[in-house]
Design a protein around this ligand. Structure first.
Ligand code: ZN
Length: 80
């Protein structure tokens, strides 16, 4: 997700070394970036977050829970 703190450029850098001499060497890599979502604790509004410190767009509260966006997940690998 966008809040995972992963530099996708560095992933590009380590990927060829990581998959060398494996079946993944010729795999097509697809990266899905999951939009981060937070839920306001004060008014229950669910909203998309661009940054961890984003406030609620409705009541501008800074108290929110993060619903998703911190995970990094490999969803699919295609071997060609
Ligand atoms: Zn709110």
């Amino acid at each position: 997700g966008t809040l995972a703190g992963i530099e996708f450029e560095s992933l590009d850098f380590v990927w060829p070394a990581a998959v060398k001499d494996t079946v993944l060497e010729h795999a097509v890599r697809k990266i899905y970036v999951i939009d981060a979502k937070g839920k306001c604790i004060d008014c229950d509004t669910v909203f998309e977050m661009q940054h961890l410190y984003d406030a609620c767009p409705k009541c501008h509260s800074n108290f929110k829970g993060i619903l998703q966006g911190k995970e990094l997940r490999v969803k699919a690998l295609e071997v060609v």
